[in-house]
Design a protein around this ligand. Sequence first.
Ligand code: NAP
Length: 458
Amino acid sequence: MTDHFVRISYLLAAGLFVLSLKWMSAPQTSRRGVLAGEAGMLLAIVGTLVRHEVVDYQWILVAFVLGSAIGVPLAYLMPMTAVPQRTAISHAFGALAAALIGTAEYYRHTPSTFVMTALITETLLGFVTFTGSLMAFGKLQEILPTRPIVYKGQNVVNLSILAGAVMIGVYLIFNPTQLWLYPIFAGMALLFGVLLIVPIGGADMPTVIALLNSYAGLSACAMGFALDNKLLIIAGALDGSSGFILSIIMCRAMNRSFTNVLFGAFGQVQASAADARKKLVRSALAEEAAEILDSSRLVIVVPGYGLAVAQAQHKLRELFDVLTKRGVDVRFAIHPVAGRMPGHMNVLLAEADIPYDKLFEMDEINGEFTQADVALVIGANDVTNPGARHDKSSPIYGMPILNTDHARTVMVIKRSMNPGFAGIDNELYYMDKTLMLFGDAKAFLSSVVKELAAVKAG
Ligand code: NAP
């Protein structure tokens, strides 16, 4: 009877995990996706708890209280802009759990060669992901230096440590009784996790996190084989493959390769960016910006990382309401890598209840900029840089961009002429049709909304 219940709950959980991933891929269904994932996880936990292998519920209760004491504050206290580091730390916990379970299984009994293969894979990936994710968290939270730390012969050192860990692991698979070797294997895997992330710049961490997510999933999948738990195999495989696909999508959207992300030391300000600051730009105040917006028919808003930093989404919603009421068609153009994590802008705009049907993916809206009176760029930079189309020396050469330069007028809200994530200057700012609106996004939008209200009153 119990076995029957476990099997059914696992089957339902697996189905819910698949549906959850499917639903989470579109903003309209993403909330349902989160709920399906949560329901699936609840079923999986209940199913596991009623299995007859559970010998003591006391420790499970302790773990439950401890996990909740860490998880609940993490969920509620960390701001939206800190989601990448929150993801990194939760991967670190997940990977540590997988590695510790693998370690306990190894010491509990002498496993067969098959189980040992699964255990070594699980613990190697688990330990690497644990320290790698902690380093990613440290860099994103700026507890550790965010710049890439590089030295001569680094790749040789790193690969030698990985090769050493793999060799010891393979030896252990066939000689599992050599218990003394296991701590050396685990130590090398932990060290490799640190060394893997050290040379990567803080700005590239979101892509690295997606990759680490994939490792954590594969580790859980291997754990499923070691524990003979089919749901873990399914959930781990889904996690591993979705993380991998996500990192590929992110690399593609940035027109970068994996090797460039892992070894490219991206995100350092280039000399040309500093030189370019001497060129002239046209700037305007909120009053002029409000007048131009008021007389427009179609305004395409391009949100970027700065919108999230300024937490200006609610002010943007106010601007949307004011302009829509005055008969202006306001749409939002979402670049796949705008912000610092996949879906960053969708989540931000959804938080301010901006209607989903006003959000357009890059491919859907790029042809519409020619008809737009204004492209209003708010805290976005790289995703609008026309240099990506033709400047072969640019680090973002080949990255698809939003065609803001095709609009009649371009208005850019940002605080200074400082570059964005890629550390390069943006040609868009020097075009005759571009007006720079210098200021914090929230403060500037607030002034524009006030000006529009004044026009209405007057
Ligand atoms: P961006 O190129 O990094 O530019 C953000 C701009 O926001 C900056 O130029 C900054 O200029 C401005 N800003 C910052 N704080 C602001 C504030 N309080 N008010 C107004 N403006 C503010 O951002 P993006 O155009 O969104 O492009 C994203 C970049 O991140 C791309 O290069 C992408 O490849 C990369 N990336 C994205 C992901 C992802 O998954 N989304 C992952 C990894 C990397 P000031 O300092 O002058 O204000």
